[in-house]
Design a protein around this ligand. Structure first.
Ligand code: SIN
Length: 184
């Protein structure tokens, strides 16, 4: 798959006649909300783990020196907490560009904190995308993050803001918090 998934995502779903769609954010979409929304609710999805396994060439790194940002990896016993936003479908024309470095939209069941459920769309960078980096030792990942920066700023800010946002959500994500400790 090419680096730029914008066109691929645009062809993926037809929003004709749809007034609003739930979006599930688990990374920068939790703390950098640069899009309008109709409603916002903490939510979680089951069977997925957040990992700093995706390369970033366009936001938190460059082609020569990619940063690392989060994607979701299938993990049966894991629950990933995040933020759900109910948005107008036209918001995806902005989000598809923002998430273009390897992320595709998938439908996921979401569980709100009161136990109710809705389906939402989630951006996942799968292993077959050209920017995927995969696992590494925590120290190596933290080192790469501490050295990278791109048009959206320092890669370390992405990690630190995410860790703070997860704490606010009451999440305990050992992967993110271990990387945060290395960085600090
Ligand atoms: C997300 O936040 O849900 C997707 C990954 C990212 O933009 O950091």
């Amino acid at each position: 798959m090419s680096f730029d998934t914008t066109e691929h995502n645009r062809r993926r779903y037809c929003f004709d006649g749809v007034e609003s769609v739930w979006l599930f954010g688990y990374g920068s979409l939790i703390y950098k909300v640069d899009f309008p929304f109709l409603e916002q609710r903490p939510a979680s999805i089951e069977g997925w783990a957040r990992r700093f396994w995706q390369g970033s060439h366009d936001h938190r790194g460059t082609l020569e020196s990619p940063g690392r940002v989060v994607t979701l990896i299938e993990s049966p016993a894991t629950c990933c907490k995040g933020m759900a936003y109910r948005v107008s479908p036209d918001v995806f024309s902005h989000l598809d560009v923002r998430e273009k470095n390897g992320y595709l939209r998938f439908v996921t069941p979401m569980i709100f904190t009161d136990g109710t459920r809705e389906d939402g769309l989630v951006y996942i960078a799968t292993e077959d995308n050209a920017a995927f980096l995969g696992p590494a030792e925590d120290a190596e990942i933290a080192n790469q993050i501490s050295n990278a920066q791109g048009p959206s700023g320092r890669n370390s800010d992405y990690l630190l803001k995410l860790a703070t946002a997860l704490r606010t959500l009451g999440d305990d994500d050992p992967h993110v918090f271990a990387l945060e400790s290395y960085l600090r």
